[in-house]
Ligand binder design. Structure first.
Ligand SMILES: NC(=O)c1ccc[n+]([C@@H]2O[C@H](COP(=O)([O-])OP(=O)(O)OC[C@H]3O[C@@H](n4cnc5c(N)ncnc54)[C@H](O)[C@@H]3O)[C@@H](O)[C@H]2O)c1
Length: 256
Protein backbone atom coordinates (compact mmCIF):
# COMPACT_ATOMS: atom_id res chain seq x y z
CA UNK A 1 0.00 0.00 0.00
CA UNK A 2 1.39 3.41 -0.93
CA UNK A 3 0.96 6.25 1.49
CA UNK A 4 1.35 9.86 0.47
CA UNK A 5 2.17 12.42 3.12
CA UNK A 6 1.31 15.97 2.21
CA UNK A 7 2.31 18.94 4.30
CA UNK A 8 0.33 22.12 3.75
CA UNK A 9 1.06 24.90 6.27
CA UNK A 10 0.84 23.13 9.60
CA UNK A 11 -1.60 20.45 8.53
CA UNK A 12 -0.32 16.99 7.73
CA UNK A 13 -2.55 14.44 6.06
CA UNK A 14 -1.97 10.88 4.94
CA UNK A 15 -3.68 9.35 1.91
CA UNK A 16 -3.45 5.62 1.23
CA UNK A 17 -4.19 3.72 -1.96
CA UNK A 18 -4.24 -0.01 -2.53
CA UNK A 19 -3.99 -1.39 -6.07
CA UNK A 20 -3.16 -4.96 -5.03
CA UNK A 21 -3.95 -7.47 -7.77
CA UNK A 22 -4.34 -4.77 -10.41
CA UNK A 23 -2.26 -4.31 -13.57
CA UNK A 24 -1.23 -0.77 -14.44
CA UNK A 25 0.43 0.45 -17.66
CA UNK A 26 2.25 3.81 -17.57
CA UNK A 27 3.63 5.14 -20.86
CA UNK A 28 6.67 7.41 -20.88
CA UNK A 29 7.72 5.65 -17.68
CA UNK A 30 11.46 5.95 -18.25
CA UNK A 31 11.79 9.24 -16.39
CA UNK A 32 9.95 12.26 -15.05
CA UNK A 33 6.27 12.04 -14.17
CA UNK A 34 5.83 8.54 -15.65
CA UNK A 35 8.65 7.11 -13.54
CA UNK A 36 7.13 8.58 -10.36
CA UNK A 37 3.67 7.27 -11.25
CA UNK A 38 5.16 3.82 -11.84
CA UNK A 39 6.94 3.94 -8.49
CA UNK A 40 3.73 4.97 -6.76
CA UNK A 41 1.57 2.20 -8.28
CA UNK A 42 4.31 -0.37 -7.58
CA UNK A 43 4.39 0.69 -3.93
CA UNK A 44 0.60 0.44 -3.91
CA UNK A 45 1.05 -3.26 -4.80
CA UNK A 46 -0.02 -3.12 -8.46
CA UNK A 47 1.80 -5.04 -11.18
CA UNK A 48 3.25 -2.12 -13.13
CA UNK A 49 4.43 -2.04 -16.75
CA UNK A 50 6.55 1.02 -17.50
CA UNK A 51 6.59 1.65 -21.25
CA UNK A 52 9.11 3.88 -23.00
CA UNK A 53 10.83 4.25 -26.37
CA UNK A 54 14.14 5.07 -24.67
CA UNK A 55 15.49 1.63 -23.73
CA UNK A 56 18.37 2.98 -21.60
CA UNK A 57 16.18 5.28 -19.52
CA UNK A 58 13.65 2.48 -19.13
CA UNK A 59 16.29 -0.01 -17.92
CA UNK A 60 17.44 2.50 -15.27
CA UNK A 61 13.86 3.22 -14.21
CA UNK A 62 13.02 -0.46 -13.86
CA UNK A 63 16.19 -1.13 -11.85
CA UNK A 64 15.16 1.71 -9.52
CA UNK A 65 11.47 0.83 -9.13
CA UNK A 66 11.61 -2.96 -9.46
CA UNK A 67 8.61 -3.25 -11.76
CA UNK A 68 8.02 -4.76 -15.24
CA UNK A 69 8.67 -2.96 -18.50
CA UNK A 70 8.25 -2.89 -22.25
CA UNK A 71 10.27 -0.91 -24.77
CA UNK A 72 7.76 0.50 -27.23
CA UNK A 73 7.04 3.56 -29.35
CA UNK A 74 3.52 4.71 -28.47
CA UNK A 75 3.06 6.07 -31.98
CA UNK A 76 3.43 2.60 -33.53
CA UNK A 77 0.24 0.52 -33.62
CA UNK A 78 1.94 -2.91 -33.68
CA UNK A 79 4.24 -2.06 -30.74
CA UNK A 80 1.32 -0.75 -28.68
CA UNK A 81 -0.75 -3.84 -29.44
CA UNK A 82 2.19 -6.07 -28.42
CA UNK A 83 2.50 -4.34 -25.00
CA UNK A 84 -1.22 -4.72 -24.31
CA UNK A 85 -1.12 -8.42 -25.31
CA UNK A 86 1.99 -9.02 -23.18
CA UNK A 87 0.39 -7.47 -20.07
CA UNK A 88 -2.81 -9.47 -20.54
CA UNK A 89 -1.02 -12.76 -21.24
CA UNK A 90 1.30 -12.33 -18.23
CA UNK A 91 -1.18 -11.01 -15.66
CA UNK A 92 -4.61 -11.79 -17.14
CA UNK A 93 -5.78 -8.20 -16.90
CA UNK A 94 -5.28 -4.48 -17.37
CA UNK A 95 -7.02 -2.22 -14.87
CA UNK A 96 -5.35 1.15 -15.34
CA UNK A 97 -3.80 2.82 -18.38
CA UNK A 98 -1.89 6.09 -17.96
CA UNK A 99 -1.14 7.78 -21.30
CA UNK A 100 1.79 9.96 -20.26
CA UNK A 101 4.53 9.64 -22.94
CA UNK A 102 5.52 12.95 -24.45
CA UNK A 103 8.01 14.96 -26.49
CA UNK A 104 8.57 18.64 -27.19
CA UNK A 105 9.56 20.20 -30.53
CA UNK A 106 9.11 23.86 -29.60
CA UNK A 107 9.42 26.67 -32.18
CA UNK A 108 7.25 29.59 -33.18
CA UNK A 109 4.54 28.55 -35.59
CA UNK A 110 6.24 29.91 -38.71
CA UNK A 111 9.40 27.92 -37.97
CA UNK A 112 7.72 24.59 -37.15
CA UNK A 113 8.60 21.90 -39.69
CA UNK A 114 6.28 19.15 -40.84
CA UNK A 115 8.41 16.78 -38.79
CA UNK A 116 8.05 18.92 -35.61
CA UNK A 117 4.29 18.89 -36.09
CA UNK A 118 3.93 15.22 -37.01
CA UNK A 119 6.25 13.91 -34.29
CA UNK A 120 4.43 15.78 -31.51
CA UNK A 121 0.98 14.82 -32.79
CA UNK A 122 2.04 11.18 -33.25
CA UNK A 123 3.36 10.76 -29.70
CA UNK A 124 0.83 12.76 -27.66
CA UNK A 125 -2.42 12.42 -29.60
CA UNK A 126 -1.48 9.29 -31.56
CA UNK A 127 -0.07 7.44 -28.56
CA UNK A 128 -3.08 8.24 -26.37
CA UNK A 129 -5.45 7.12 -29.14
CA UNK A 130 -3.52 3.92 -29.96
CA UNK A 131 -3.02 2.70 -26.38
CA UNK A 132 -6.59 3.42 -25.33
CA UNK A 133 -8.00 1.76 -28.45
CA UNK A 134 -5.85 -1.31 -27.86
CA UNK A 135 -7.13 -1.68 -24.28
CA UNK A 136 -10.84 -1.18 -25.06
CA UNK A 137 -11.71 -4.77 -26.10
CA UNK A 138 -10.24 -6.04 -22.80
CA UNK A 139 -11.94 -3.32 -20.74
CA UNK A 140 -15.29 -4.08 -22.40
CA UNK A 141 -14.93 -7.80 -21.76
CA UNK A 142 -14.21 -7.21 -18.07
CA UNK A 143 -16.65 -4.33 -17.62
CA UNK A 144 -13.94 -2.29 -15.92
CA UNK A 145 -11.15 0.11 -16.79
CA UNK A 146 -9.51 3.35 -15.75
CA UNK A 147 -7.78 5.58 -18.32
CA UNK A 148 -5.87 8.66 -17.23
CA UNK A 149 -4.51 10.86 -20.01
CA UNK A 150 -1.91 13.57 -19.52
CA UNK A 151 -2.75 16.89 -21.11
CA UNK A 152 -1.25 20.30 -20.39
CA UNK A 153 -1.84 23.91 -19.45
CA UNK A 154 -0.76 24.61 -23.03
CA UNK A 155 -3.71 22.61 -24.35
CA UNK A 156 -6.06 24.56 -22.08
CA UNK A 157 -4.63 28.07 -22.51
CA UNK A 158 -2.08 28.05 -25.37
CA UNK A 159 1.61 28.98 -25.12
CA UNK A 160 3.89 30.76 -27.62
CA UNK A 161 6.32 28.35 -29.28
CA UNK A 162 4.10 25.33 -28.75
CA UNK A 163 1.42 25.40 -31.48
CA UNK A 164 2.05 21.73 -32.29
CA UNK A 165 2.03 20.69 -28.63
CA UNK A 166 -1.06 22.83 -27.84
CA UNK A 167 -2.91 21.20 -30.72
CA UNK A 168 -1.99 17.70 -29.56
CA UNK A 169 -2.78 18.39 -25.89
CA UNK A 170 -6.13 20.08 -26.74
CA UNK A 171 -6.87 17.05 -28.92
CA UNK A 172 -6.28 14.80 -25.91
CA UNK A 173 -8.98 16.73 -24.02
CA UNK A 174 -11.51 16.17 -26.83
CA UNK A 175 -10.48 12.52 -27.00
CA UNK A 176 -10.85 12.13 -23.21
CA UNK A 177 -14.40 13.49 -23.24
CA UNK A 178 -15.45 11.43 -26.27
CA UNK A 179 -13.94 8.19 -24.96
CA UNK A 180 -15.58 8.90 -21.58
CA UNK A 181 -18.98 9.11 -23.27
CA UNK A 182 -18.41 6.00 -25.39
CA UNK A 183 -17.00 3.81 -22.64
CA UNK A 184 -19.10 4.79 -19.60
CA UNK A 185 -21.61 1.99 -20.20
CA UNK A 186 -18.80 -0.58 -20.02
CA UNK A 187 -17.62 0.48 -16.55
CA UNK A 188 -14.67 2.41 -17.97
CA UNK A 189 -13.82 5.94 -16.89
CA UNK A 190 -11.56 8.24 -18.92
CA UNK A 191 -10.09 11.35 -17.31
CA UNK A 192 -7.09 13.61 -17.76
CA UNK A 193 -4.68 15.49 -15.56
CA UNK A 194 -2.94 18.71 -16.49
CA UNK A 195 0.38 18.64 -14.60
CA UNK A 196 3.08 21.12 -13.79
CA UNK A 197 6.19 19.40 -12.48
CA UNK A 198 9.93 19.97 -12.51
CA UNK A 199 11.17 17.34 -14.99
CA UNK A 200 13.53 17.25 -17.97
CA UNK A 201 10.80 19.04 -19.94
CA UNK A 202 10.90 22.00 -17.57
CA UNK A 203 14.71 21.83 -17.29
CA UNK A 204 14.91 22.41 -21.05
CA UNK A 205 13.25 25.84 -20.67
CA UNK A 206 15.72 28.78 -20.51
CA UNK A 207 16.29 30.02 -16.90
CA UNK A 208 14.72 33.47 -17.44
CA UNK A 209 11.58 31.95 -18.99
CA UNK A 210 11.47 29.35 -16.21
CA UNK A 211 11.63 32.02 -13.48
CA UNK A 212 8.89 33.97 -15.27
CA UNK A 213 6.75 30.81 -15.42
CA UNK A 214 7.34 30.02 -11.73
CA UNK A 215 6.25 33.55 -10.80
CA UNK A 216 2.89 32.85 -12.48
CA UNK A 217 2.20 29.78 -10.32
CA UNK A 218 0.01 30.82 -7.36
CA UNK A 219 1.62 28.14 -5.18
CA UNK A 220 4.94 29.73 -6.15
CA UNK A 221 6.94 26.72 -7.34
CA UNK A 222 7.00 23.81 -9.78
CA UNK A 223 5.94 20.51 -8.23
CA UNK A 224 8.15 17.52 -7.69
CA UNK A 225 6.96 14.89 -10.25
CA UNK A 226 5.95 12.61 -7.37
CA UNK A 227 3.26 15.15 -6.42
CA UNK A 228 1.27 14.11 -9.52
CA UNK A 229 0.67 10.62 -8.12
CA UNK A 230 -2.13 11.38 -5.68
CA UNK A 231 -4.34 12.85 -8.43
CA UNK A 232 -3.68 9.97 -10.83
CA UNK A 233 -4.21 7.39 -8.10
CA UNK A 234 -7.51 9.01 -7.14
CA UNK A 235 -8.80 8.93 -10.73
CA UNK A 236 -7.45 5.37 -11.14
CA UNK A 237 -9.15 4.06 -8.01
CA UNK A 238 -12.30 1.93 -8.19
CA UNK A 239 -13.94 4.45 -5.83
CA UNK A 240 -13.72 7.19 -8.48
CA UNK A 241 -16.17 5.32 -10.72
CA UNK A 242 -18.62 8.22 -10.95
CA UNK A 243 -15.99 10.66 -12.26
CA UNK A 244 -15.41 10.63 -16.00
CA UNK A 245 -14.50 13.05 -18.79
CA UNK A 246 -12.81 15.52 -16.44
CA UNK A 247 -9.52 17.39 -16.76
CA UNK A 248 -7.97 17.80 -13.32
CA UNK A 249 -5.26 20.46 -13.18
CA UNK A 250 -2.44 19.45 -10.80
CA UNK A 251 -0.53 22.62 -11.49
CA UNK A 252 -0.20 24.81 -8.41
CA UNK A 253 -2.98 26.99 -9.80
CA UNK A 254 -1.20 28.17 -12.96
CA UNK A 255 -4.26 27.47 -15.11
CA UNK A 256 -6.64 29.54 -12.97
N1 LIG B 1 6.55 18.45 -16.67
C1 LIG B 1 5.54 19.29 -16.78
O1 LIG B 1 5.44 20.31 -16.09
C2 LIG B 1 4.42 18.98 -17.73
C3 LIG B 1 3.44 19.96 -17.92
C4 LIG B 1 2.37 19.68 -18.74
C5 LIG B 1 2.28 18.43 -19.34
N2 LIG B 1 3.26 17.50 -19.15
C6 LIG B 1 3.11 16.21 -19.80
O2 LIG B 1 3.42 15.19 -18.87
C7 LIG B 1 3.93 14.05 -19.58
C8 LIG B 1 5.25 13.62 -18.96
O3 LIG B 1 6.14 14.69 -19.07
P1 LIG B 1 7.55 14.75 -18.31
O4 LIG B 1 7.73 16.17 -17.91
O5 LIG B 1 7.66 13.67 -17.31
O6 LIG B 1 8.52 14.49 -19.58
P2 LIG B 1 9.89 13.68 -19.74
O7 LIG B 1 10.52 14.16 -20.98
O8 LIG B 1 10.67 13.74 -18.46
O9 LIG B 1 9.38 12.17 -19.94
C9 LIG B 1 8.67 11.78 -21.10
C10 LIG B 1 9.00 10.33 -21.41
O10 LIG B 1 8.24 9.94 -22.56
C11 LIG B 1 9.09 9.12 -23.35
N3 LIG B 1 8.67 9.09 -24.76
C12 LIG B 1 8.81 10.07 -25.68
N4 LIG B 1 8.37 9.66 -26.87
C13 LIG B 1 7.92 8.39 -26.72
C14 LIG B 1 7.34 7.43 -27.59
N5 LIG B 1 7.13 7.71 -28.88
N6 LIG B 1 6.99 6.23 -27.08
C15 LIG B 1 7.22 5.93 -25.78
N7 LIG B 1 7.77 6.80 -24.91
C16 LIG B 1 8.12 8.01 -25.37
C17 LIG B 1 10.47 9.72 -23.20
O11 LIG B 1 11.50 8.80 -23.58
C18 LIG B 1 10.48 10.08 -21.72
O12 LIG B 1 11.02 9.04 -20.93
C19 LIG B 1 4.05 14.48 -21.05
O13 LIG B 1 2.90 14.03 -21.76
C20 LIG B 1 4.05 15.99 -20.96
O14 LIG B 1 3.59 16.59 -22.15
C21 LIG B 1 4.34 17.75 -18.36
Amino acid sequence: MAEITTVASQNTSNVSFDFAGQTVIVTGGGRGIGLELGRFFHEADATVYLVDADADALAEAVAEVGCRSAVADVSDTASVQAVVEKAISETGRIDVLVNNAGVLRDRVLWKLTDDDYEQVMAVHAGGTFRFTRACVPHFRERGYGRVINVTSYTGLRGNPGQANYAMAKAGIIGFTKTAAKELARFGVTVNAISPNAETRMIASIPEDKKAELASQIPIGRFADPSEMAVAVAFLASADAGYITGTVLPVDGGISI
